[in-house]
Design a protein around this ligand. Structure first.
Ligand SMILES: Cc1cc2nc3c(=O)[nH]c(=O)nc-3n(C[C@H](O)[C@H](O)[C@H](O)COP(=O)(O)OP(=O)(O)OC[C@H]3O[C@@H](n4cnc5c(N)ncnc54)[C@H](O)[C@@H]3O)c2cc1C
Length: 385
């Protein structure tokens, strides 16, 4: 089956959906409210499941070239610099890839023709009649057989079609993040009571850092966010002070973290929610964008195989909800565990990590992540355009 689709949002989820739908022969228009697509966000990792999904779309190799392999979970430290885990990466270990979000986004955008993407196009209304969906955008209306709502954590589409759905919920964690220029830095994670600091090289001498911390409440902001970070971790081990010195104050992003309680369905008639619009999650499993990428491939496979859009969307919903909603819960648990200010739980965590032989750590941590990382994309019927 093929037809026409409007994708709302040109983030990683929306662009991957556009690539996937075009591969099965659909006409795609992406509507993006931002006036330009560019250097937004900081760093992120992608794991094997997401990379396999991109392989299924034929863009995996190119995306890999935009990333930097790393094994961050193999180097866990305390603020003084002592190692809780300092494991050698085995030859056959599974690497993650670290990206500047803009590099990953650019690699995907390169596979969507310019004429398919309309910027400065905010969708403000949506209605469904007789097997068609019409969206309102800047006073004009556009109609298609399918709308893919990839409009992010605060999705307008979700609000319009699921008026009773919960909004993303703050559970207590907040994050500062930035990209700094510094050579010779390895990926690592440093754990303290109530907060942890992540370091991830993203290529060309750029390093992504993030400080995730337990906050008193949502919306707490500081006049100088970099000074706040310095006050918290500026005296931690090298290279953290150097990284902060190499960070221009105006590039520091500060957001509260939230996730979305499970929606009863990701589909409504001829509309499918995808990515953060369907399942906002804490970043601690490194899976938010990865799950959006998986969503896109599964959606295209279902559309290629099914006889009509509602049947395909039912299949998509059944395939995606259990997996993504499980990961949302795992990420929340991991995120809140990682910022626990309870001295007992922090000391216990340190003790347990120190007892694990470094040689066994890579296999153990991969085994724990296997249910997420070993996911295989569905086969789908490709249509040559
Ligand atoms: C600190 C942090 C670290 C993270 N680390 C990772 C990681 O390591 N790995 C990982 O996979 N994920 C990570 N994530 C999650 C990841 O960033 C998100 O899950 C992912 O970017 C979501 O993509 P999306 O396309 O669904 O939504 P978005 O990227 O939010 O894109 C939505 C797009 O829709 C547009 N839009 C919104 N409303 C409208 C409208 N009404 N009309 C038109 N356009 C609209 C927006 O402008 C935007 O471009 C992290 C998140 C955070 C906060």
């Amino acid at each position: 089956m093929n037809g026409s689709a409007i994708v709302v949002g040109a983030g990683i989820g929306g662009l991957t959906a556009a690539i996937a739908l075009r591969r099965i022969g659909w006409d795609v228009t992406v509507l993006e409210r931002a006036s330009e697509l560019g250097e937004v966000g900081a760093g992120m990792s992608q794991s094997p499941n997401a990379l396999r999904a991109l392989d299924a779309l034929g863009v995996g190799e190119e995306v890999r070239r935009a990333g930097v392999p790393f094994h961050a979970p193999n180097h866990l430290r305390t603020p003084s610099g002592s190692y809780l885990i300092n494991a050698q990466t085995p030859e056959d270990g599974t690497p993650l890839l670290g990206f500047h979000r803009a590099d990953l986004h650019r690699a995907l955008l390169g596979h969507v023709p310019d004429e398919c993407v309309r910027t400065s196009s905010e969708v403000t209304g949506i209605e469904q009649t007789a097997g068609k969906v019409t969206v309102t955008c800047g006073g004009a209306k556009s109609t298609a057989d399918l709308v893919v709502a990839a409009d992010g954590a605060n999705s307008t589409t979700r609000r319009l079609l699921w008026p009773d759905a919960p909004r993303p919920r703050f559970w207590g964690n907040t994050v500062w993040r930035a990209i700094a220029k510094l050579d010779g830095v390895d990926a690592s994670m440093t754990m303290s009571r109530g907060q942890y600091f992540l370091i991830m090289p993203v290529g060309r001498g750029r390093v992504y850092w993030a400080l995730v911390a337990r906050a008193q409440g949502p919306g707490i902001r500081f006049d100088d966010e970099l000074s706040e970070v310095r006050g918290r971790v500026g005296c931690w081990h090298d290279p953290i002070p150097a990284l902060l010195d190499a960070t221009p104050p105006d590039v520091v992003l500060h957001h509260d973290l939230a996730d979305l309680d499970s929606l009863p369905t990701y589909v409504h008639g001829h509309v499918a929610l995808l990515g953060d619009a369907a399942h906002v999650m804490h970043p601690d499993m490194g899976q938010g964008a990865g799950q959006a990428i998986e969503d896109a491939v599964v959606l295209a496979a279902a559309l290629a195989a099914a006889g009509d859009v509602p049947a395909a969307l039912r299949q998509y919903d059944a395939a995606r909800r259990p997996r993504t909603q499980t990961i949302v819960k795992q990420a929340r648990k991991k995120g809140l565990g990682g910022t626990s200010a309870n001295p007992l739980s922090y000391n216990l965590q340190k003790l347990m990590l120190r007892m694990i032989p470094a040689s066994r750590w890579p296999a153990l941590s991969e085994r724990a992540l296997a249910p997420v990382w070993t996911w295989e994309p569905p086969q789908f019927l490709e249509h040559t355009r």
